[in-house]
Design a protein around this ligand. Structure first.
Ligand SMILES: Cc1cc2nc3c(=O)[nH]c(=O)nc-3n(C[C@H](O)[C@H](O)[C@H](O)COP(=O)(O)OP(=O)(O)OC[C@H]3O[C@@H](n4cnc5c(N)ncnc54)[C@H](O)[C@@H]3O)c2cc1C
Length: 354
């Protein structure tokens, strides 16, 4: 177990932002992870779990406690047709996706290119291009800080929803150690494509299957065009991906929003609206931001909106976390003033809030 003091955290995040941690521990086995967590809990030391740092906004003052970087490794296929996959929390997610596609399996191919660790995927139920990990995760093996035991949480008990789970709901309780997935052997084909943009890019219809490798490559290409694949040379990717979640509105809230939008932009205006269950409507945060006047590349300071995607706030190289938060607050206030909808940040904030 490696241990550093007064250790910079910015290089461990994709924003490259945030001050130092009093102590930074890197754990490479489950036992090391558990030992570090137990020690912090026994001494009442605040604990920050870090995977790939791609969904973290750490304050400029840093973190006064133990930052625990999970660097465990392990990828194993099992089961009669080798379609069960177990990943150690520290595995690099996008590499694991590539391995499943190379093994001819379907189920997570459209989640290629999402940065970060396998262990973080259940936290916000990562999703993109028509797939979410909640559809393929069977179990999450986690250390439960309340009971001091390692527990197996079946999918049904993970309380997965859009960019949410019981792990995100109760962040002080679980440390994910391993994640198990049930994939599909479709003879090298992908799962049916759910996302129209991916199907279009592949020249097929939504619902069709294509070779899983082709689906993965199409998604990677679409993502790269939006600055959603990490590239150290490209400041558009010095981000946390989407900074805001898509708002989910009640029917009454949506009606009020629609009236505001038509009033502002003309009677023909039809903001994106997708059924989100129980009479709820999901609209698009990117649409709201753009129509409120925050277009691609918005900003003059060291933190700006990506030049490739309205939903990504980015560090142009010399930003501080306060610069980023000032931009985020400006966007939230502008969208609220224009449409009466309050945007909620997707990344986890540490020592700061919007
Ligand atoms: C360019 C870019 C594109 C992105 N695109 C997408 C996308 O398409 N879809 C999407 O859903 N997300 C996307 N994201 C967000 C991010 O990649 C995911 O949320 C990812 O799962 C975060 O993983 P991480 O290991 O980097 O987590 P971190 O940023 O290290 O941590 C995020 C949170 O999870 C907690 N955590 C991490 N590991 C564990 C663990 N083992 N146990 C308990 N808690 C843990 C941390 O404490 C923190 O609260 C994108 C980010 C970037 C930078």
């Amino acid at each position: 177990m490696q241990e550093l003091h007064d250790a910079p955290l910015a290089p461990l995040t994709t924003f490259r932002l945030g001050g130092p941690a009093t102590r930074l521990v890197t754990a490479t086995t489950d036992d090391e992870v558990i030992a570090a967590v137990r020690e912090a809990d026994a001494t009442g030391t605040p604990l920050l779990i870090i995977g790939g740092g791609s969904n973290l906004v750490i304050g400029d003052k840093g973190f006064d406690g133990t930052a625990l970087r999970i660097a465990t490794r392990g990828l194993e296929f099992s089961g009669p047709s080798r379609t069960t996959l177990e990943l150690a929390a520290g595995e690099v997610w996008t590499d694991a996706v590539a391995r499943t596609v190379a093994a001819g399996l379907a189920g997570i191919e459209c989640l290629a290119g999402i940065p970060g660790s396998a262990g973080a995927t259940p936290i916000q139920n990562v999703g993109a291009y028509g797939q979410e990990v909640s559809s393929t995760i069977t179990e999450v093996i986690a250390y439960d800080r309340r009971s001091g035991e390692t527990v197996t949480v079946p999918n049904a008990d993970c309380a997965f929803s859009y960019r949410h789970s019981r792990f995100k709901q109760d962040p002080e309780r679980y440390v994910v150690l391993r994640v198990r997935f049930q994939l599909e052997d479709a003879g090298g084909l992908s799962a049916p494509l759910k996302y129209a943009e991916t199907a279009r890019a592949l020249g097929v219809e939504a619902g069709d299957r294509v070779p899983a490798a082709a689906a993965r490559e199409a998604v990677l290409k679409l993502r790269a065009g939006k600055g959603m694949v990490l590239d150290p040379e490209d400041h558009d990717t010095w981000s946390a991906g989407s900074f805001f979640t898509n708002p989910i509105l009640t029917a009454a809230e949506y009606a009020a929003f629609l009236a505001r939008a038509q009033d502002r932009l003309g009677p023909q205006t039809a903001p994106p609206a997708f059924p989100a269950g129980e009479g709820l409507v999901k609209t698009s945060a990117a649409w709201l931001i753009d129509k409120a006047g925050f277009t691609k590349g918005y900003g003059t300071g060291p933190a700006r909106i990506s030049t490739k995607h309205t939903l990504a706030l980015t560090n142009r190289g010399a930003a501080t976390t306060e610069d980023l938060l000032a931009l985020a607050r400006e966007v939230v206030a502008g969208v609220h003033a224009a449409f009466g909808v309050t945007l909620v940040n997707e990344p986890v904030t540490v020592g700061v809030s919007l």
